[in-house]
Design a protein around this ligand. Sequence first.
Ligand SMILES: [Zn+2]
Length: 72
Amino acid sequence: MAVPKRKTSKARQRSRSANWRLTAPGLSPCPRCRELRPSHFVCPGCGHYRGRDVSAAAGDKKKKKKQEKRES
Ligand SMILES: [Zn+2]
């Protein structure tokens, strides 16, 4: 098993810890409603992704259409 040759000094450990912090998530405005959203995420404001409505309500519409087809 590989073993460290030297003990990590306090200075080295502390300088490493100094750079370990949380960063703010990268947010970009939605092209549709200008609300800030993380990239590659569905917009929380208008439920659109890549110019398409992908919200739960839009999904229901598709389900309803399928049900109508079955009934007729
Ligand atoms: Zn939006």
